[in-house]
Design a binder for this molecule. Structure first.
Ligand code: GDP
Length: 312
């Protein structure tokens, strides 16, 4: 049976992040009132602030995408922030959601929470069946704790708290920090700069051999709304395209998107991270959702957005 979100007040914390802003775009198509907060309005790590927000704003539904996020280097360099901030954010938002009578909550995990050497494609039930990838275990453990918290509230108090496992994302409002960003943002800006400066080559981290699955954030936002309406169960559901590409080939696609004509070099002193983490998306497909934006057109949209930002 469909869960109706009609006329609901939906809280989207982290509303100026990549996922949060995509959720705002998507929720415009629904008959809902959106309560958007950013880290400037509300520090989600602060229990009192979160409590007060719930008390005053009284949301019916929550989509918790706000998190301390970053790429392989950031995860490895700021482990305390990645585990500490994320645990605090989730505990505050999820525990208080029950206290304040939230009717449904969607928590976003991450595909990096699956064990490092998972069978491929990764099914939902592989969670916690092996050791994690060390470069992002801090973030992964926090995300696993968030999923378990939702499951515990579902089990003990019958709260309709659900979780999802998005694959690697890209899209508008991505963070373009040269060291701390994820690979799509890092490569898009590096190839763009190389083009402008007429460089001979661009450096890509690692061997180029690892495989990654990339989803445009507008598809993720669409899947989140779909899950709110159509999913109510304990397992964290995979959200992705079910297709992956090597980092080397991904770099070539970005090179073409940007129109760079030089060479690609690999810096093997940088970590590769997990070799492969392709999601099995058969469950969400069976429910009736699939992604719409293929990688090639998604990257064109991404670059167009990037260029528009440059002109501002
Ligand atoms: P991960 O999926 O958690 O490993 O996150 P990332 O997006 O940071 O990295 C994905 C893959 O891209 C890894 O194998 C990286 O080594 C590779 N990669 C290649 N160049 C870059 C870069 O400039 N920045 C980042 N973050 N990763 C890169």
């Amino acid at each position: 049976m469909q869960f109706s979100i009609d006329n609901a007040k939906i809280w989207v914390p982290g509303a100026n992040g990549m996922v949060g802003s995509a959720l705002l775009r998507r929720l415009k198509k629904e008959n809902v009132e959106v309560l958007a907060t950013t880290r400037n309005d509300l520090d989600l790590r602060d229990t009192n602030e979160v409590n007060l927000f719930y008390k005053n704003a009284r949301p019916d539904l929550v989509i918790l995408a706000a998190a301390k996020v970053g790429g392989i280097h950031a995860n490895n360099t700021y482990p305390a922030d990645f585990i500490g901030d994320n645990l605090q954010i989730q505990n505050n938002v999820i525990v208080r959601a029950k206290k304040h009578g939230v009717k449904k909550l969607l928590f976003l995990g991450s595909s990096c929470s699956y064990p490092k050497n998972c069978s491929q494609p990764i099914k939902e039930e592989y969670l916690l069946n092996g050791p994690l990838e060390p470069t992002n275990e801090w973030y992964a453990i926090a995300k696993i704790a968030g999923i378990k918290l939702c499951q515990a509230y579902r089990k003990q108090y019958e709260c309709d708290f659900i979780s999802a496992m998005p694959t690697n994302l890209y899209g508008p409002m991505d963070s373009f920090h040269p060291e701390d960003s994820h690979v799509p943002a890092a490569l898009l800006s590096r190839f763009h700069d190389a083009c402008k400066k007429e460089q001979k080559s661009v450096t890509v981290w690692g061997t180029g051999k690892p495989l990654r699955e990339f989803l445009h954030v507008d598809d993720l936002a669409d899947a989140c709304v779909f899950l709110l309406k159509n999913y109510s169960d304990a397992p964290a559901l995979n959200i992705g395209t079910g297709e992956d590409i090597s980092i080397g080939d991904f770099a070539k696609l970005i090179k073409t998107t940007v129109g760079f004509s030089g060479d690609i070099e690999f810096d093997t002193s940088r970590p590769d991270g997990t070799f492969r983490k392709r999601l099995d998306v058969s469950k969400i497909h069976a429910l009736g959702w699939r992604h719409r934006i293929d990688l090639e057109s998604g990257l064109k949209l991404y670059y167009q957005w990037y260029l528009e930002g440059m002109m501002k």
